[in-house]
Design a protein around this ligand. Structure first.
Ligand SMILES: NC(=O)c1ccc[n+]([C@@H]2O[C@H](COP(=O)([O-])OP(=O)(O)OC[C@H]3O[C@@H](n4cnc5c(N)ncnc54)[C@H](OP(=O)(O)O)[C@@H]3O)[C@@H](O)[C@H]2O)c1
Length: 348
């Protein structure tokens, strides 16, 4: 298969670095352009980036010159790790120029003709691409992945919704500092501390999870009747968002049945053996003090979500969920979306 030429927008940030690391050895996608702000454009990648990952900058990438974020750059596919206020018009300009844009930013997620996708949860929502192209008369299109804490929450909710129905979800998050971007939370604010506020995060979790668990029929999205309520906290952990979750199911069930539903869950990425698909999207941890960010965030190369402490009875249950926020919650999520788009023929 001929590789697809790819640009990474916002390649120097927390999510951009993850894109660079994963894409440097990707079998289908070939990095042709890296872009960022005026601060770093014109520099070699190794000089423009504040690299924070615990592996070296890939040799094939370190000397590439960072460009301004403009759709004249080379490529057919653009992975966007831009701040939302910038992403809004920039992603549209890339789509108008014919790029397939796989975006991490929140700007377009809730628009009715923009797919918001987790490949294991709602792969059929990609059909909104056709509607978007018709509505907007663009040669390209924008596909989004959810906010990091929403992805980590919604992946395990899907098999529960499928097997026993879901009427209510309450979630309290403990989110890593990398989720706020490179200059997001000052060290003086977060070391030896916890901050019970993350701007707009709660509303994103409440709205995006319902769009993801909804059904698209003839280009129209129908939302499920599930109450979702979130409280979000920032904690001094580098990577890995943990979430304490309370759910109410529609049917009576048991912790054992929930565990079986989670462990047996496979989505299209697993069935189609997509390159970034973890063998098991959900891993159930038996030990009563797991999952933990330091120990479990890298399961499935950071693409598996782990679930533990499943307890309760009748229709009310509690569980603890954990996932890697910049891999499964961001760059890995966009890349898996683009793999599914390729596999379904939306990208050639
Ligand atoms: N971090 C996460 O866990 C996570 C998870 C899910 C979604 N997201 C979303 O992903 C996006 C990126 O997040 P991040 O955490 O990687 O942020 P970040 O670390 O602040 O990186 C932002 C990137 O955008 C570039 N940029 C800033 N202003 C620009 C401009 N005016 N024009 C062009 N490029 C510009 C920056 O370039 P310079 O280095 O040159 O300034 C940098 O490459 C955001 O929309 C965020 O909400 C993040």
């Amino acid at each position: 298969m001929k590789q697809i030429d790819t640009a990474v927008l916002g390649a120097t940030g927390m999510v951009g670095q993850r894109f660079v690391k994963i894409l440097a050895n990707h079998p289908w996608f070939n990095i042709k352009a890296l872009t960022a702000s005026k601060r770093s454009s014109g520099k070699e990648y190794k000089k423009g980036v504040n690299w924070v990952l615990d592996t070296e900058i890939p040799k094939s990438i370190e000397n590439i010159e960072i460009q301004k974020t403009h759709p004249k750059v080379d490529g057919d596919l653009a992975f966007s790790a831009l701040p939302s206020n910038i992403a809004d018009s920039v992603e549209e300009n890339f789509a108008k120029k014919g790029f397939a844009v796989a975006s991490n930013a929140s700007s377009h997620r809730m628009e009715s003709d923009v797919p918001l996708v987790i490949p294991e949860v709602n792969p059929s929502h990609l059909e909104l691409i056709e509607k978007q192209k018709q509505n907007r008369e663009w040669s390209g299109y924008v596909v989004t992945n959810p906010n990091c804490s929403t992805i980590i929450l919604t992946l395990p909710l899907k098999p529960i919704q499928e097997k026993m129905g879901l009427s209510s979800v309450k979630v309290v998050t403990l989110q890593a500092v990398s989720g706020a971007g490179y200059s997001g939370v000052p060290s003086m604010a977060i070391i030896d501390n916890a901050i019970p506020y993350i701007s707009s995060e709660e509303i994103k979790m409440e709205k995006e999870s319902k769009k993801l668990l909804g059904k698209v029929d003839n280009g129209e999205l129908n939302l499920p009747d599930i109450d979702v309520s979130a409280q979000c906290n920032r904690i001094p952990v580098t990577d890995g968002h943990m979430e304490s979750v309370w759910i109410e199911t529609e049917e009576e069930t048991s912790p054992n049945e929930i565990k079986k539903a989670l462990e047996g869950f496979m989505g299209e990425p697993q069935k189609k053996d997509l390159p970034s698909a973890p063998k098991k999207p959900i891993i159930v941890k038996e030990s009563e003090d797991r999952p933990q960010p330091r120990l479990d965030k890298d399961l499935g190369d950071g693409m598996s979500v782990s679930v533990g402490r499943i307890r309760g009875s009748n229709k009310e249950f509690k569980l603890t969920i954990l996932g890697h926020n910049t891999i499964r919650g961001a760059a890995g999520a966009s890349i898996l979306n683009a793999e599914l788009m390729t596999q379904k023929g939306y990208l050639k």
